[in-house]
Design a protein around this ligand. Structure first.
Ligand SMILES: [Fe+2]
Length: 141
């Protein structure tokens, strides 16, 4: 029995917009990755395409997490440590997924998909919004 997810792509919602360019951009990219995973899972082509997913996740981490963290440092965001810890856990989870790929763990794309969905709800709608309020109060846009 193959796994399937709802094929309907997630749409960006106004309520996701935080009006800080670098953060909105990052969140839209993550939603794109989740939507790409939907296609991969439903077409049962995880093995062929998962390396592209890892490539995009690595870009997200290298590019956007770091920029967020630089803002936190420069602007002395008080919850910086907690937020950075969240980023660290995300990175470790992605590394674990890469190991799962090497060991041919089944349903890998579905697991990544579930994790990214969770991350979108938890980190993006919670931690990043909290950080955004602080960054905006310091004039970031
Ligand atoms: Fe973040």
């Amino acid at each position: 029995m193959e796994n399937r997810v709802n094929p309907e792509p997630y749409q960006w919602k106004d309520e996701y917009t935080v009006n800080i360019g670098i953060i909105d951009e990052q969140h839209k990219k993550l939603l794109d990755i989740i939507n790409e995973l939907k296609v991969i899972i439903n077409s049962n082509t995880c093995k062929d395409n998962v390396s592209d997913i890892f490539f995009q996740l690595a870009y997200l981490i290298d590019h956007y997490f770091i920029k967020e963290e630089i803002y936190f440092k420069d602007l002395e965001y008080p919850n910086s440590d907690q937020h950075k810890e969240e980023h660290k856990q995300f990175i470790e989870r992605i590394i674990q997924f890469q190991k799962d790929l090497e060991s041919n763990k089944p349903n890998l794309c579905l697991e990544i998909y579930n994790y990214l969905e969770y991350w979108f709800d938890e980190h993006i709608l919670k931690y990043d919004k909290e950080a955004v309020d602080y960054l905006k109060s310091k004039g970031v846009s």
